[in-house]
Design a protein around this ligand. Sequence first.
Ligand code: PGA
Length: 218
Amino acid sequence: MKKLFIVANWKSHKTTSGAVEWLLFFKDRPIPEGKEIILCVPFTLLSVCAFFIHEHNLSFEVGSQDISLFEEGSYTGEINAGQIKEFADYVLLGHSEREKYFGETRDTVEKKAKQAQIVSLQTILCVPNAETAIPENTPIIAYEPPSAIGSGLPDTSDNAELVAIKIKNNQGVHVVLYGGSVTSENVASFTQSSHIDGVLVGKASLDPEEFLRIIEHA
Ligand code: PGA
């Protein structure tokens, strides 16, 4: 059976108490075998989530939602890959909201991916289509059509599968996830495809009960 990745993207949501409440929900609820759950949380919650998960032996991995394109140095306000690696093994890069609201270019994303590689942070790279260039050795791709993000209008599972196949064939990638309006109702339609290796979940990951249903139905 293939391993499924289920990635939560909390975006700019939750404070410490909300994060702890969310994590507490999973304390006595084991994660089914074969499912790797990665929580991409705001910078301010990385340490609290990492410590809580370790303390309570939860089966979650931690990821950040961005990193600096520079290494350590005089870059006020930036958080570099090495600083993230203290708490997390994953980083989400190239999310379309970074382009839409912060003008991030693919060139910048590529530089960030290089920084991630230097410290062995695993990149989950978001791409809007199968044609987007993917930096060499990127371990995980998340296909996210911008029209599906936060809209309640997910891609069809047939199209998502076609895009995943194209990405794998053309860009030599082995792990492709689907993201965009994933819920517990539609998750299985994506994960049942042998070419889709999991999902990236935004809004529906904020509610622990719904996120657990997604994990169970995937
Ligand atoms: P959504 O977000 O699940 O709320 O559509 C997905 C994402 O932006 O990664």
